[in-house]
Design a protein around this ligand. Structure first.
Ligand code: PMP
Ligand code: GLU
Length: 400
C-alpha cells in the first residue's frame, strides 16, 4: 500500500512559495538575487500593532481562544466591514483563521462534494484551483483576456454556470494582474448571479486597501446587498498591514457556512494564534493613516516598474490599479534564443532565464493559468524595483 493518499496527487506545492524558497536558497549561497516573486510587503508591521502583541503577552493572552476567534477581534472585524464596506455582519457571522488561505480551505472543505464546480476566472491566484481540487471539487477556469483587462465578463460568467456550480471566486484587486473591478462591472456580474440563486460567491478582497490613482475599492456585497446571504467575504491583515507572518485571515458569511467552517477548524488547528489575534485587533481598530503613505510608495513603484517594463521590446503590460503586482505578456520573447543557445518556448523558460542571467526571481504566468506572461511583485524597496526591472531589460536585450 502506498504511504501517501490519492489526494496528494491532486495538488502541487504553491508555485509562488516554491519560487520564493528557491530565490532564498540562491541568496543563501551568496547569489545577488532580487526577489520579485513573492507577494509580501517589504514594510515592517507598524509599531502600534507590535505593541498590542507585546501587551497581549504581558496580559497572559497565551491560551486557546474561541475556535472562530476572540469575540473582541470578531467585533473589530464586524466594525471594519460596516465602516469600510458598508456591509453589516454580527460577530457570529465571522470566523478568524490562520491566514485567508485557511479560510478558503475551510470554505471549500465545508461545501464541495465530488464534482461540485468552482468558477475561477483566470489569471487567478495559484491556490484557488488547487484547494478546490484537493477537496475533490472541480475548478472551472474561465480565461479572461488582456483585451478584457483580465476581467470576467457577465457573458462568460453566464456561459460557465451549470447546475453543479457551487462557487464563483472573485478577487479584486486581483492577484496576479492588479486589476480592480469597477462598480458597474460588479453590478453587471450581480445581474447574472441573481438569475442563479444556488451559486455562492467567494469575494477575496485581501488587497482592498492597496488601490491607486485615487480609486476606492468596491466589493460585491456593497453594490448588491441582496446577494449578501450568498457571499463569503474573505480578507485578512497579511497584505494591508504587512503582517504575512502573523497568519491572521478572516471570513464573513451565512451562519450555516461559518458554523461548518468552525467545526472543521475545531478539528484541524483549533484557533489562530491568540497573540496574533490581539495584534490584528489593534491593526483594525487603530489609526489607518500609515496606509496612505504605503499606498503612495507602492504607486510610485508601480509607475517606475511599468514604465521600465513597457519600454522593453517583447513585453507589454496593462496598467494595474491595485495590489502590488505587474503581469506583463511576454509573447514577443518566445522563439528568441539566449546567449547560451537556449530557445525560449514558454514563460517558464523566460522565468528560468531571468533567474539565471538577471538574477531576478519572477513567477511564470502558467502558475496563474494565463500564458505567456509573468508576475512581478513590486512590494520591495523602490531601488530594488528599479534595479530588478533594469536587470530584466538588460538580460532581454541579449536575446537573439
Ligand atoms: N488571497 C489572495 C488573493 C492572496 O494573494 C493571498 C496571498 N497571500 C491570500 C489570499 C492568502 O493570504 P494569507 O493566507 O496570508 O492571509
Ligand atoms: N499570496 C502570496 C503570493 O501570491 C503569497 C504566496 C502564497 O500564499 O501563495 O505571492
Amino acid at each position: 500500500m502506498p504511504l501517501l493518499s490519492h489526494r496528494m496527487s491532486l495538488i502541487i506545492p504553491s508555485p509562488t512559495l516554491v519560487i520564493t524558497a528557491r530565490a532564498t536558497a540562491l541568496k543563501a549561497e551568496g547569489r545577488d538575487i532580487i526577489d520579485m516573486s513573492i507577494g509580501e510587503p517589504d514594510f515592517d508591521t507598524p509599531q502600534f500593532i507590535k505593541d498590542a502583541a507585546t501587551q497581549a503577552l504581558k496580559d497572559g493572552k497565551t491560551k486557546y481562544t474561541a475556535i472562530a476567534g476572540t469575540l473582541a477581534l470578531r467585533t473589530a472585524i464586524a466594525q471594519k466591514f460596516q465602516r469600510e464596506n458598508g456591509v453589516t455582519y454580527a460577530p457570529d457571522d465571522i470566523i478568524v483563521s490562520t491566514g485567508a488561505k485557511q479560510v478558503l480551505f475551510n470554505a471549500f472543505l465545508a461545501t464541495l462534494d465530488p464534482g461540485d464546480e468552482v468558477i475561477i476566472p483566470a489569471p487567478y491566484w495559484v491556490s484557488y484551483p488547487d484547494i478546490a481540487t484537493f477537496v475533490e471539487g472541480t475548478p472551472v477556469i474561465i480565461p479572461c483576456s488582456e483585451k478584457e483587462n483580465f476581467k470576467l465578463s457577465p457573458a462568460a460568467l453566464a456561459a460557465a454556470i451549470t447546475p453543479r456550480t457551487k462557487w464563483l471566486v472573485l478577487n479584486s484587486p486581483n492577484n496576479p494582474t492588479g486589476m480592480v473591478y469597477t462598480r458597474p462591472e460588479l453590478e453587471a456580474l450581480a445581474s447574472v448571479l441573481r438569475q442563479h440563486p444556488s451559486v455562492y460567491i467567494l469575494s477575496d478582497d485581501i488587497y482592498e486597501h492597496l488601490v491607486y490613482d485615487g480609486l476606492k475599492c468596491t466589493t460585491l456585497a456593497q453594490v448588491a446587498p441582496d446577494l449578501q446571504p450568498r457571499i463569503l467575504m474573505v480578507n485578512g491583515v497579511s497584505k494591508s498591514y504587512a503582517m504575512t507572518g502573523w497568519r491572521i485571515g478572516y471570513g464573513a458569511g451565512p451562519q450555516e457556512l461559518i458554523k461548518a467552517m468552525t467545526i472543521i477548524q475545531s478539528q484541524s488547528t483549533s484557533n489562530a494564534s491568540s497573540v496574533s489575534q490581539e495584534a490584528a485587533r489593534a491593526a483594525l481598530e487603530g489609526s489607518q493613516e500609515f496606509m496612505k503613505e504605503w499606498v503612495a510608495v507602492y504607486e510610485e513603484r508601480r509607475d517606475i516598474a511599468l514604465a521600465l517594463l513597457n519600454a522593453i521590446p517583447g513585453l507589454s503590460c496593462l496598467k494595474p490599479h491595485g495590489a502590488f503586482y505587474l503581469y506583463p505578456t511576454c509573447q514577443g520573447l518566445l522563439g528568441k534564443i539566449t546567449p547560451t543557445g537556449t530557445l525560449l518556448t514558454a514563460d517558464t523558460d523566460v522565468a528560468t532565464y531571468l533567474l539565471d542571467t538577471a538574477e531576478v526571481a519572477i513567477v511564470p504566468g502558467v502558475a496563474f493559468g494565463h500564458s505567456p506572461s509573468f508576475r512581478l511583485s513590486y512590494a520591495l524597496h523602490t531601488d530594488l524595483v528599479r534595479e530588478g526591472c533594469q536587470r530584466i531589460a538588460h538580460a532581454l536585450e541579449a536575446l537573439r
